[in-house]
Design a protein around this ligand. Structure first.
Ligand SMILES: [Zn+2]
Length: 78
């Protein structure tokens, strides 16, 4: 047996993997494809502008989805 085994209990590999998986060094922007450095795991776009575009695209997709699901209702003017 090698002497490395005596240190195994000191290193939680699962925790280390999670830590590094959670904060990748670089990520490809979902909007424009630019490689950027994310500040946290929720960061999907490279810039504020791309974040806005992603938000607007999601909102539009949700609106279209909701429009398909619900029957159109004509507004009533009082
Ligand atoms: Zn971008």
């Amino acid at each position: 047996m090698s002497d490395f085994n005596q240190y195994d209990h000191l290193i939680d590999f699962d925790t280390l993997q999670l830590k590094y998986a959670a904060t990748p060094k670089t990520r490809v922007c979902k909007v424009c494809g630019t490689v950027f450095k994310p500040n946290d795991n929720k960061h999907l776009s490279c810039s504020h502008r791309c974040t806005q575009r992603l938000y607007l695209a999601r909102r539009k997709a949700r609106e279209l989805q909701e429009a398909e699901q619900t029957t159109p209702v004509t507004p009533v003017n009082e």
